[in-house]
Ligand binder design. Sequence first.
Ligand code: F6R
Length: 269
Amino acid sequence: MEVIVLDDAQAVAQKGAGLIAGLLNSKPAAVLGLATGRTPLAMYHRLVELYKERRVSFADATTFNLDEYLGIDAHNPQSYRSYMDREFFHHINIKLANTHLPACAERENPRHVGPRYEAMIRDAGGVDLQVLGIGQNGHIGFNEPGSSLGSRTRVKTLAERTLKDNSQAFEKGEFQPKLAITMGIATICDARKILILATGKHKSQAVAATVEGPVTAWCPASILQMHESVALLVDQEAASQLKNRDYYALACRENEALHQRFGQFLEDV
Ligand code: F6R
Protein backbone atom coordinates (compact mmCIF):
# COMPACT_ATOMS: atom_id res chain seq x y z
CA MET A 1 0.00 0.00 0.00
CA GLU A 2 1.36 3.41 -0.91
CA VAL A 3 0.59 5.82 1.94
CA ILE A 4 0.65 9.41 0.72
CA VAL A 5 0.35 11.99 3.49
CA LEU A 6 -0.72 15.39 2.15
CA ASP A 7 -1.10 18.75 3.87
CA ASP A 8 -4.87 18.99 4.04
CA ALA A 9 -8.20 17.81 2.67
CA GLN A 10 -7.90 20.13 -0.31
CA ALA A 11 -4.59 18.55 -1.30
CA VAL A 12 -6.17 15.09 -0.99
CA ALA A 13 -9.01 16.17 -3.31
CA GLN A 14 -6.57 17.68 -5.76
CA LYS A 15 -4.31 14.63 -5.85
CA GLY A 16 -7.23 12.18 -6.11
CA ALA A 17 -8.80 14.13 -8.97
CA GLY A 18 -5.44 14.34 -10.73
CA LEU A 19 -4.96 10.57 -10.54
CA ILE A 20 -8.46 9.84 -11.88
CA ALA A 21 -8.04 12.35 -14.70
CA GLY A 22 -4.65 10.82 -15.48
CA LEU A 23 -6.21 7.37 -15.75
CA LEU A 24 -8.94 8.65 -18.08
CA ASN A 25 -6.39 10.41 -20.24
CA SER A 26 -4.46 7.19 -20.73
CA LYS A 27 -7.57 4.97 -20.89
CA PRO A 28 -10.64 6.99 -21.96
CA ALA A 29 -12.97 3.99 -21.62
CA ALA A 30 -11.84 3.24 -18.07
CA VAL A 31 -14.25 1.67 -15.60
CA LEU A 32 -14.33 3.63 -12.34
CA GLY A 33 -15.67 2.40 -9.04
CA LEU A 34 -17.02 5.37 -7.07
CA ALA A 35 -17.90 6.20 -3.49
CA THR A 36 -20.29 8.71 -1.93
CA GLY A 37 -20.09 10.42 1.47
CA ARG A 38 -18.39 13.62 2.58
CA THR A 39 -14.80 12.64 1.85
CA PRO A 40 -14.80 12.44 -1.98
CA LEU A 41 -17.02 15.51 -2.51
CA ALA A 42 -14.18 17.98 -3.00
CA MET A 43 -12.47 15.51 -5.33
CA TYR A 44 -15.58 15.28 -7.52
CA HIS A 45 -15.81 19.07 -7.58
CA ARG A 46 -12.15 19.28 -8.63
CA LEU A 47 -12.82 16.74 -11.41
CA VAL A 48 -15.68 18.95 -12.63
CA GLU A 49 -13.21 21.85 -12.79
CA LEU A 50 -10.72 19.72 -14.72
CA TYR A 51 -13.49 18.75 -17.13
CA LYS A 52 -14.45 22.41 -17.62
CA GLU A 53 -10.79 23.23 -18.26
CA ARG A 54 -10.87 20.45 -20.92
CA ARG A 55 -8.18 18.49 -19.12
CA VAL A 56 -10.29 15.36 -18.84
CA SER A 57 -13.25 13.77 -20.61
CA PHE A 58 -15.70 11.22 -19.24
CA ALA A 59 -17.38 10.59 -22.61
CA ASP A 60 -16.32 6.94 -22.79
CA ALA A 61 -16.08 6.17 -19.08
CA THR A 62 -18.26 3.73 -17.17
CA THR A 63 -18.89 3.94 -13.44
CA PHE A 64 -20.09 1.57 -10.74
CA ASN A 65 -20.87 3.00 -7.33
CA LEU A 66 -20.07 1.05 -4.22
CA ASP A 67 -23.49 1.19 -2.64
CA GLU A 68 -27.05 2.43 -2.57
CA TYR A 69 -29.60 2.68 0.20
CA LEU A 70 -32.47 0.24 0.24
CA GLY A 71 -35.94 1.61 0.91
CA ILE A 72 -35.74 5.01 -0.80
CA ASP A 73 -36.10 5.48 -4.52
CA ALA A 74 -33.58 7.04 -6.88
CA HIS A 75 -35.45 10.39 -6.98
CA ASN A 76 -35.20 10.85 -3.24
CA PRO A 77 -32.53 13.54 -2.65
CA GLN A 78 -30.97 11.24 -0.01
CA SER A 79 -30.34 8.42 -2.49
CA TYR A 80 -26.79 7.91 -3.63
CA ARG A 81 -28.05 8.19 -7.21
CA SER A 82 -29.22 11.73 -6.40
CA TYR A 83 -25.89 12.50 -4.69
CA MET A 84 -23.87 11.34 -7.71
CA ASP A 85 -26.07 13.18 -10.23
CA ARG A 86 -26.14 16.38 -8.17
CA GLU A 87 -22.47 16.51 -7.17
CA PHE A 88 -20.79 15.01 -10.21
CA PHE A 89 -22.53 13.35 -13.14
CA HIS A 90 -24.74 16.30 -14.12
CA HIS A 91 -21.68 18.55 -14.43
CA ILE A 92 -19.51 16.37 -16.68
CA ASN A 93 -19.93 14.72 -20.08
CA ILE A 94 -20.50 11.18 -18.83
CA LYS A 95 -23.35 9.22 -20.44
CA LEU A 96 -25.81 8.63 -17.61
CA ALA A 97 -26.58 5.21 -19.10
CA ASN A 98 -22.98 4.27 -18.29
CA THR A 99 -23.34 5.16 -14.60
CA HIS A 100 -24.48 2.38 -12.29
CA LEU A 101 -25.49 1.97 -8.68
CA PRO A 102 -26.67 -1.23 -7.00
CA ALA A 103 -30.24 0.06 -6.75
CA CYS A 104 -33.25 -2.11 -6.09
CA ALA A 105 -36.33 -1.39 -8.19
CA GLU A 106 -39.71 -1.15 -6.47
CA ARG A 107 -41.07 -4.61 -5.67
CA GLU A 108 -37.83 -6.24 -6.81
CA ASN A 109 -36.29 -8.86 -4.53
CA PRO A 110 -33.21 -7.03 -3.14
CA ARG A 111 -31.33 -10.34 -3.06
CA HIS A 112 -31.37 -10.38 -6.86
CA VAL A 113 -29.56 -7.06 -7.17
CA GLY A 114 -26.12 -8.26 -6.01
CA PRO A 115 -25.58 -11.09 -8.51
CA ARG A 116 -26.87 -8.86 -11.32
CA TYR A 117 -24.50 -6.03 -10.32
CA GLU A 118 -21.56 -8.43 -10.16
CA ALA A 119 -22.39 -9.64 -13.69
CA MET A 120 -22.61 -6.05 -14.96
CA ILE A 121 -19.19 -5.24 -13.51
CA ARG A 122 -17.75 -8.40 -15.07
CA ASP A 123 -19.36 -7.62 -18.45
CA ALA A 124 -17.83 -4.12 -18.36
CA GLY A 125 -14.40 -5.73 -18.04
CA GLY A 126 -13.95 -5.17 -14.30
CA VAL A 127 -13.13 -2.01 -12.37
CA ASP A 128 -9.88 -0.27 -13.33
CA LEU A 129 -9.81 2.07 -10.36
CA GLN A 130 -11.96 1.84 -7.26
CA VAL A 131 -12.36 4.98 -5.14
CA LEU A 132 -13.04 4.34 -1.45
CA GLY A 133 -13.72 6.35 1.67
CA ILE A 134 -13.41 4.73 5.07
CA GLY A 135 -15.89 4.61 7.92
CA GLN A 136 -14.81 5.51 11.44
CA ASN A 137 -15.35 1.82 12.21
CA GLY A 138 -13.10 0.76 9.33
CA HIS A 139 -15.88 -0.09 6.89
CA ILE A 140 -15.40 0.17 3.13
CA GLY A 141 -18.56 0.40 1.09
CA PHE A 142 -21.11 -0.67 3.68
CA ASN A 143 -19.09 -3.71 4.65
CA GLU A 144 -19.39 -3.25 8.37
CA PRO A 145 -16.98 -4.82 10.88
CA GLY A 146 -17.42 -8.59 10.82
CA SER A 147 -18.32 -8.69 7.11
CA SER A 148 -16.88 -11.66 5.29
CA LEU A 149 -13.62 -10.80 3.59
CA GLY A 150 -14.86 -12.91 0.66
CA SER A 151 -18.23 -11.12 0.40
CA ARG A 152 -19.87 -10.08 -2.86
CA THR A 153 -22.51 -7.43 -3.60
CA ARG A 154 -25.44 -7.98 -1.27
CA VAL A 155 -27.83 -6.46 1.25
CA LYS A 156 -26.18 -5.27 4.47
CA THR A 157 -27.62 -3.89 7.68
CA LEU A 158 -25.85 -0.67 8.64
CA ALA A 159 -24.03 -0.62 11.97
CA GLU A 160 -25.24 1.74 14.72
CA ARG A 161 -22.03 3.73 14.35
CA THR A 162 -22.61 4.20 10.61
CA LEU A 163 -26.23 5.23 11.17
CA LYS A 164 -25.06 7.82 13.68
CA ASP A 165 -22.26 9.13 11.42
CA ASN A 166 -24.56 9.38 8.42
CA SER A 167 -27.51 10.83 10.35
CA GLN A 168 -26.06 14.34 9.85
CA ALA A 169 -27.21 14.13 6.24
CA PHE A 170 -30.83 13.56 7.28
CA GLU A 171 -33.30 16.08 8.67
CA LYS A 172 -34.83 15.38 12.07
CA GLY A 173 -37.75 12.99 11.58
CA GLU A 174 -36.70 12.15 8.00
CA PHE A 175 -36.62 8.43 7.12
CA GLN A 176 -33.04 7.13 7.33
CA PRO A 177 -32.55 3.73 5.73
CA LYS A 178 -31.00 1.02 7.89
CA LEU A 179 -30.26 -1.26 4.95
CA ALA A 180 -28.13 -0.83 1.86
CA ILE A 181 -26.89 -2.87 -1.05
CA THR A 182 -23.11 -2.74 -1.17
CA MET A 183 -20.32 -4.20 -3.22
CA GLY A 184 -18.68 -6.91 -1.13
CA ILE A 185 -15.12 -6.89 0.10
CA ALA A 186 -14.07 -9.42 -2.56
CA THR A 187 -15.84 -7.30 -5.20
CA ILE A 188 -13.84 -4.25 -4.10
CA CYS A 189 -10.59 -6.22 -4.08
CA ASP A 190 -11.18 -7.35 -7.68
CA ALA A 191 -10.49 -3.78 -8.83
CA ARG A 192 -7.14 -3.44 -10.57
CA LYS A 193 -6.21 -0.35 -8.56
CA ILE A 194 -7.67 1.15 -5.43
CA LEU A 195 -7.59 4.76 -4.32
CA ILE A 196 -8.67 5.27 -0.73
CA LEU A 197 -9.16 8.72 0.75
CA ALA A 198 -9.36 9.73 4.39
CA THR A 199 -9.41 13.20 5.90
CA GLY A 200 -9.88 14.57 9.40
CA LYS A 201 -8.91 13.56 12.91
CA HIS A 202 -12.04 11.41 13.30
CA LYS A 203 -10.61 9.01 10.68
CA SER A 204 -7.15 8.66 12.26
CA GLN A 205 -7.90 5.52 14.27
CA ALA A 206 -9.49 3.72 11.32
CA VAL A 207 -6.57 4.74 9.09
CA ALA A 208 -4.02 3.39 11.60
CA ALA A 209 -5.95 0.10 11.92
CA THR A 210 -6.18 -0.17 8.13
CA VAL A 211 -2.50 0.36 7.46
CA GLU A 212 -0.74 -0.90 10.57
CA GLY A 213 -3.21 -3.23 12.28
CA PRO A 214 -3.82 -6.92 11.63
CA VAL A 215 -5.82 -7.99 8.57
CA THR A 216 -9.16 -8.70 10.11
CA ALA A 217 -12.86 -8.62 9.29
CA TRP A 218 -13.19 -6.33 12.35
CA CYS A 219 -11.55 -3.62 10.28
CA PRO A 220 -12.73 -4.41 6.74
CA ALA A 221 -10.40 -1.82 5.18
CA SER A 222 -7.40 -3.77 6.53
CA ILE A 223 -7.92 -6.32 3.72
CA LEU A 224 -6.41 -3.68 1.44
CA GLN A 225 -3.00 -4.71 2.83
CA MET A 226 -3.43 -7.81 0.66
CA HIS A 227 -4.16 -5.90 -2.56
CA GLU A 228 -1.31 -5.35 -4.97
CA SER A 229 -2.07 -1.76 -5.98
CA VAL A 230 -3.52 0.60 -3.38
CA ALA A 231 -2.81 4.28 -2.87
CA LEU A 232 -4.04 5.78 0.38
CA LEU A 233 -4.33 9.57 0.31
CA VAL A 234 -4.57 11.07 3.78
CA ASP A 235 -4.31 14.53 5.26
CA GLN A 236 -2.13 15.26 8.30
CA GLU A 237 -5.02 14.80 10.72
CA ALA A 238 -6.11 11.43 9.38
CA ALA A 239 -2.46 10.33 9.40
CA SER A 240 -1.90 11.44 12.99
CA GLN A 241 -2.07 7.97 14.57
CA LEU A 242 0.19 6.24 12.04
CA LYS A 243 3.29 4.97 13.85
CA ASN A 244 5.38 4.55 10.71
CA ARG A 245 4.68 8.01 9.36
CA ASP A 246 8.31 9.06 8.88
CA TYR A 247 8.90 5.99 6.76
CA TYR A 248 5.90 6.75 4.51
CA ALA A 249 7.20 10.26 3.96
CA LEU A 250 10.66 8.90 3.14
CA ALA A 251 9.21 6.29 0.76
CA CYS A 252 7.12 8.97 -0.98
CA ARG A 253 10.20 11.09 -1.56
CA GLU A 254 12.20 8.12 -2.86
CA ASN A 255 9.31 6.96 -5.04
CA GLU A 256 8.99 10.42 -6.51
CA ALA A 257 12.35 10.05 -8.24
CA LEU A 258 11.36 6.64 -9.60
CA HIS A 259 7.93 7.94 -10.66
CA GLN A 260 9.51 10.72 -12.63
CA ARG A 261 11.64 8.27 -14.58
CA PHE A 262 9.33 5.28 -14.88
CA GLY A 263 5.78 6.45 -14.22
CA GLN A 264 3.71 5.98 -11.10
CA PHE A 265 0.67 4.27 -9.61
CA LEU A 266 -1.31 6.39 -12.02
CA GLU A 267 -0.15 9.37 -14.01
CA ASP A 268 -1.25 12.66 -12.52
CA VAL A 269 -2.63 15.31 -14.89
C1 F6R B 1 -19.89 5.61 0.56
C2 F6R B 1 -19.35 4.49 1.31
C3 F6R B 1 -18.82 4.61 2.70
C4 F6R B 1 -18.11 5.93 2.98
C5 F6R B 1 -17.67 6.00 4.43
C6 F6R B 1 -17.05 7.33 4.78
O1 F6R B 1 -20.32 5.21 -0.72
O2 F6R B 1 -19.35 3.42 0.80
O3 F6R B 1 -17.96 3.54 2.97
O4 F6R B 1 -17.00 6.04 2.14
O5 F6R B 1 -18.77 5.81 5.27
O6 F6R B 1 -18.02 8.32 4.68
P1 F6R B 1 -17.62 9.86 4.80
O7 F6R B 1 -16.77 10.15 3.63
O8 F6R B 1 -18.94 10.58 4.74
O9 F6R B 1 -16.91 10.01 6.08
